[in-house]
Design a protein around this ligand. Structure first.
Ligand code: MTE
Ligand code: MO
Length: 434
């Protein structure tokens, strides 16, 4: 395990984290550094974010000491607009959602996980935001959000975003990085314009190989010349119909931590492709080599490897589609239950559909087919449900396994890889019937 995980506090939730180390919380959420005189100099994003969180402008913000926890936070969730998330890391902010809070067919914004690689930008003003499309295009362009709405068809789609590292916590030997369990996945309604339409208007030159995405967030070092993350897509993938440049999340402005006011949403591929706080898409004639595109980031070995095996850097390949997976969202793990249980959840497989979900309540000896909905659109997860009758009092496990349109079924055990990506092993939920 990296040092980071041993030394950093692991509070159960955001409120606890603020209570425990307000100065660190200030730094993580508001970018506010404490000074000798204990004044925090809250400005820019810090001020805007805190104002959003307390629900009003703060006229006397200059007087606020660093690390002061707004009293309003004591009675409300510390991250206004987020509900019940588990904080995994404070700097950068990373928070996941317990499976039972992901039960809705469409994930409410309050329950969409947060995965930041750096510090959110100072300015998230939708009115002055601009997006530039350049590189190998015939007509480079810069658009305001109003321009995007005017010039291109506006569409709303339910789209699944899953972090490439979701499930990393279960790797043995462990993999360094955020110890996500199950909840770095969500399927919200996103409204925006198609990346494809915007690229077509720009005129993609022949020879383009990859897109490169840039956001406005800053590197943890504070170095303005460094980006925390800049990933891209093969141009053929970028031209598919279900990739959006989104300005609304569930019918409202994007949450600040989910990339307000503009982001990419690339369903079915690692969440890292879905650049938040999107400022620029440039087209390149090489595979993009921005931060977190190279080395072993979001890459896996080009062959199955044994647990713990050393793999040479040149044997890693870029992760493209995410694998077939399911999540049980009801009942909650550890629940006390009656004998009749309605099992519910979602299943997804990047660039494919789910054809079947099976449920077991006897440790995999027998399976029953769950009722499975079609995706509401291409890129949405599929909801399933099954009525299970447990024979007598005792401890049970409910297991779910999905099969996709290519006939690939979720594995029971983890396919190990050094960086802990793509854990799609079957989800198990323990139940007690008394
Ligand atoms: N600009 C920017 N975009 C980003 C990131 C980031 O740190 N900065 N994190 C990426 C990663 S790794 C994931 S999994 C998704 C998570 O999206 P969310 O935080 O809205 O859930 O955003 C992606 N887009
Ligand atoms: Mo991610």
């Amino acid at each position: 395990m990296p040092k980071d995980h041993e030394t950093r506090p692991k509070p159960a939730n955001l409120r606890e984290f603020f209570a425990k180390d307000p100065i660190a919380a200030d730094r993580a959420f508001f970018g506010r550094e404490s000074h000798a005189d204990r004044r925090g100099f809250l400005k820019g994003v810090g001020l805007a974010t805190m104002a959003t969180m307390v629900g009003a402008h703060i006229p006397f913000h200059r007087n606020m000491p660093a690390g002061l926890v707004p009293a309003a936070f004591a009675s409300e969730n510390v991250l206004v607009g987020k509900d019940g998330l588990t904080l995994l890391n404070d700097r950068p902010v990373n928070a996941e959602t317990p499976p039972e809070l992901l039960d809705d067919p469409i994930t409410p914004t309050a329950r969409h996980f947060i995965r930041n690689n750096g510090l959110p930008p100072d300015d998230m003003d939708a009115g002055t935001w601009s997006l530039t499309i350049d590189g190998l295009v015939d007509n480079p362009a810069t658009y305001s959000i109003a321009d995007l709405r005017d010039k291109f068809e506006v569409v709303t789609m339910a789209l699944t975003i899953e972090c490439g590292g979701n499930g990393r916590a279960f790797f043995d030997p462990p993999a360094s990085g955020n110890q996500w369990t199950y909840g770095a996945v969500a399927c919200s309604n996103w409204t925006g314009v198609r990346l494809k339409d915007v690229l077509e208007a720009a005129g993609v030159k022949s020879g383009v190989v990859y897109t490169a995405h840039e956001g406005a967030d800053t590197h943890l070092s504070g170095d303005a010349d460094k980006q925390p993350i800049s990933r891209g897509l093969p141009i053929e993938k970028a031209m598919t119909d279900n990739i959006l440049i989104a300005f609304e999340q569930n019918g409202e402005a994007l949450h600040p931590m989910n990339g307000a006011p503009l982001r990419l949403v690339v369903p079915g591929w690692p969440g890292s492709c879905s650049q938040k706080w999107l400022k620029r898409v440039w087209l390149r004639d090489v595979v993009h080599d921005g931060p977190k595109m190279t080395g072993t980031s979001y890459r896996v070995p080009n062959r199955p490897v044994a647990a713990g095996e050393e793999v040479a850097k040149e044997d890693f390949v870029i992760i493209e589609r995410m694998p077939v997976k399911s999540l049980i969202t009801h009942p909650a793990n550890g629940a006390d239950s009656g004998r009749a249980v309605e099992v519910r959840g979602h299943a997804w497989s990047g660039d494919r559909t789910i054809t079947q979900v099976d449920i077991s309540h006897d440790f995999g000896a027998t399976w029953m087919k769950a009722e499975l909905d079609d995706p509401v659109n291409d890129g949405a997860w599929q909801n399933f449900r099954a009525n299970v009758e447990l024979p007598m009092a005792g401890y049970y496990e409910i297991w779910a396994r999905a099969t996709d349109s290519a006939g690939v079924m979720q594995p029971f055990a983890i396919d190990w890889n050094p960086k802990g990506y793509l854990n799609n092993s079957m989800h198990r939920v323990g139940l007690r019937v008394s």
